[in-house]
Design a protein around this ligand. Structure first.
Ligand SMILES: NC(=O)c1ccc[n+]([C@@H]2O[C@H](COP(=O)([O-])OP(=O)(O)OC[C@H]3O[C@@H](n4cnc5c(N)ncnc54)[C@H](OP(=O)(O)O)[C@@H]3O)[C@@H](O)[C@H]2O)c1
Length: 474
């Protein structure tokens, strides 16, 4: 991030400043930007929430969050300098007008780190407080609950703030590995030649979490895996994987190509999806309860904690190629990866010397953890006979760059402060994503149980067939 410079002067308003996201991600990210001189030179950071905190209490909360979650730890002098900019204004009766007294700049950005149910009232309140002029908004996921609610939320937003000041955040786009996919695909002449239906047989995207609902049963009951992960994070990874080369590296050129991918998703048939829900089991050597026993979850809940789906893109580049998406909670490990399987060789030349079965070439993009790329191919085992074995060539961030990538939220906050929309989701992208899952949301397939610590219900194997899922080795 060293090539970046401080964004224009502006205030930063964190709405929902007492919550989990602010504590674990936003305040540590703002602190690290401050340490790297990448915050606006002038401007306050104003936290707000219904809690009646004061500046001192907010600064203690920030210190705690930075101590526990900052990737660089905490430097006392640097934190004290950062803390001077922190102020807290309690919201009473949904009125945001008291914020005005704490804003020193003509320009500001408001981060809505609040439950989605609060989005509309807060956007209206910004307008009612006379704060629309000069305000940009960063808005968290999930953006809507389905296509019609996403459209309604877009209308609410645009009544107060124009689209060019709206930043819909999906922190997956802030991950170095997702951005590197653009560089890998469009910065290397060798990759684009094989990135199509002629060379690729199938594409698998897995987002596996070992965590359960982590005490957020009430919230998760309303959402489920399709809305929580598939419609946003997985579709964004899909869009970057499958997009055409943009005409430039400008935000709109990239977003134009991403939206075409989402618009090309063939409507997903409920038969091409398997939903699952975790039962009690063992995860990472720990016994855990099933979803139905989690606090806040209805005893007869059919909310999915796992989804696997097969989809196709109606496009020249990808016609006929299956895209297999799978996500779940309480899987054996935390692992997000894209597995590209290439077509088999046309003739099995080594059959005559006893090698009947050869593994297909595969490329694995490790998005998290162990960020990097691996190419798996077949090599001859040393010796007088022709025997083959699959081997791996790897690129790893840790080894090549000897540095840990910055947190996604640091990059995204800086970009939004700087007015760069490249890594944020446009109005039409969010609506195309919802349109693609509309059918499965209206008629969801049944939910199958899977033991916590497994790779999901056995029924999901049908989605990957012929062939199988490529799981992380645990
Ligand atoms: N936590 C994460 O890691 C994470 C990751 C990705 C996305 N998100 C998204 O980020 C948003 C916030 O999540 P969270 O985990 O931080 O939730 P949280 O821990 O429940 O915190 C919500 C915050 O919003 C405030 N709030 C609630 N209702 C409000 C209202 N009507 N007006 C103003 N403030 C209100 C709360 O204040 P009070 O406590 O005073 O009510 C609290 O400060 C959600 O949209 C979530 O989906 C969170």
């Amino acid at each position: 991030m060293s090539a970046l410079s401080p964004p224009p002067d502006q205030d930063i308003v964190v709405v929902g400043a007492t919550g989990d996201l602010a504590h674990r991600k936003l305040l540590p990210a703002l602190y690290n930007l401050s340490v790297e001189h990448l915050l606006p030179t002038k401007g306050n950071i104003v936290g707000t929430a219904p809690f009646t905190w004061n500046d001192q209490r907010f600064r203690e909360h920030a210190r705690d969050g930075v101590t526990k979650f900052s990737r660089t730890g905490i430097d006392t002098a640097a934190f004290d300098a950062f803390a001077q900019r922190l102020h807290f204004v309690p919201i009473a009766d949904g009125d945001l007008a008291p914020l005005r007294a704490h804003l020193g700049c003509d320009r500001r950005i408001a981060y809505l780190a609040v439950p989605p149910s609060a989005f509309k009232a807060l956007i209206d309140a910004l307008g009612a407080a006379g704060l629309a002029q000069g305000t940009s908004i960063i808005i968290e996921k999930p953006f809507g609950h389905d296509l019609s609610s996403a459209r309604a939320l877009n209308q609410t937003l645009h009544a107060v703030i124009p689209e060019d000041r709206v930043y819909r955040i999906d922190h997956y786009l802030g991950k170095e590995t997702v951005q590197n996919l653009l560089v890998f695909r469009f910065g290397n002449s060798v990759s684009e030649r094989i990135w199509n239906r002629d060379a690729i047989a199938r594409v698998e995207i897995t987002v596996a979490e070992s965590l359960g609902v982590d005490g957020r049963g009430v919230l998760y009951e309303e959402i489920g895996a399709i809305r929580d992960i598939v419609q946003n994070h997985m579709f964004q990874v899909l869009a970057v994987t499958a997009m055409e080369p943009p005409i430039s590296f400008e935000a709109e050129a990239i977003r134009n190509e991403k939206v075409k991918v989402l618009e090309s998703i063939h409507p997903i048939d409920p038969h091409d999806m398997v939903r699952g829900q975790y039962a009690a089991g063992m995860v990472e050597d720990e016994r855990v309860v099933g979803y139905l026993e989690e606090p806040g979850v209805a005893a007869n809940s059919t909310t999915e904690t796992f989804a696997a789906l097969r989809m196709h893109l109606d496009s020249w580049r990808w016609s006929g190629i299956p895209f297999l998406l799978r996500t779940g909670k309480r899987l054996p490990t935390r692992d997000t990866r894209i597995v590209i399987t290439f077509r088999d060789v046309p003739v099995h030349l080594f059959r005559d010397v006893g090698v009947h079965q050869m593994d297909s070439n595969r490329m694995v993009v490790h998005i998290q953890p162990n960020e990097g790329i691996a190419l798996k191919f077949v090599a001859k085992q040393p010796g007088p006979d022709v025997t083959t074995q699959q081997v791996e060539m790897t690129f790893s961030y840790g080894t090549s760059f000897k540095t840990s990538p910055p947190e996604a939220y640091e990059r995204l906050l800086h970009d939004a402060l700087d007015g760069d929309h490249t890594l944020f989701i446009r109005e039409d992208e969010v609506e195309s994503g919802w349109a693609a899952v509309e059918r499965v949301l209206m008629s969801p397939p049944p939910v199958h149980l899977y033991p916590a610590g497994s790779w999901g219900p056995p029924e999901a194997d049908r989605i990957a067939s012929p062939g199988h899922w490529h799981n992380a080795t645990v």
